[in-house]
Design a protein around this ligand. Structure first.
Ligand code: IDP
Ligand code: MG
Length: 151
């Protein structure tokens, strides 16, 4: 089982797509483990996007992600990280498949609606930035055995 950090970015919130985006993760079979509605401070944004510091889009990215409230979630399940990336689609909505969040709702790479961790180390780091350990809810759904095949 893996956990991944998903953020509905300011454009997703402003455009009224919170429910639509959450529905896609919920429907996928992944299980919600934590969720909060907040506005990201510049300091937190700098830590979250530290790997992009120095890139030409960095300043605009920090401005965008801190500009308005976001929904931050932890989703868990088998291969949750890769599965979430697939639900999101490629970074540039132009390259994102139809049926993905970015492919269905995005137009610009700098307004691509969602963030999702890109690997296990990134996920652990990002989850720790946004959630305290006690904020993760440990629970079982009555459907888990019908969704997660135990090998
Ligand atoms: P990802 O979100 O698919 O993991 P990254 O390459 O990690 O993509 O970039 C982080 C975020 O930075 C993107 O989701 C997007 O919001 C923004 N970004 C990336 N490249 C560009 C660009 O060329 N112009 C504007 N924003 C960009
Ligand atoms: Mg990334």
């Amino acid at each position: 089982m893996e956990r991944t950090l998903i953020i509905i970015k300011p454009d997703g919130v402003q455009r009224g797509l919170i429910g639509e985006i959450i529905a896609r993760f919920e429907r996928s079979g992944l299980r919600l483990a934590a969720m909060k509605f907040m506005q990201i401070t510049p300091a937190l944004a700098a830590r979250h996007y530290a790997v992009h510091e120095g890139k030409r889009f960095y300043e605009g990215l920090i401005q965008y992600i801190t500009s308005a409230p976001v929904v931050v979630m932890a989703w868990e399940g088998l291969n949750a990280i890769q599965l979430a990336r697939k639900l999101m689609g490629k970074t540039n909505p132009l390259d994102a498949d139809a049926g993905s969040i970015r492919g269905d709702f995005g137009v610009s790479i700098g307004r691509n609606l969602v963030h999702g961790s890109d690997g296990p180390e990134t996920a652990a780091f990002e989850l720790g930035l946004f959630f305290a350990p006690e904020e993760f809810v440990t629970w079982e759904r009555c459907t888990d055995a019908w969704i997660f095949e135990e090998n």
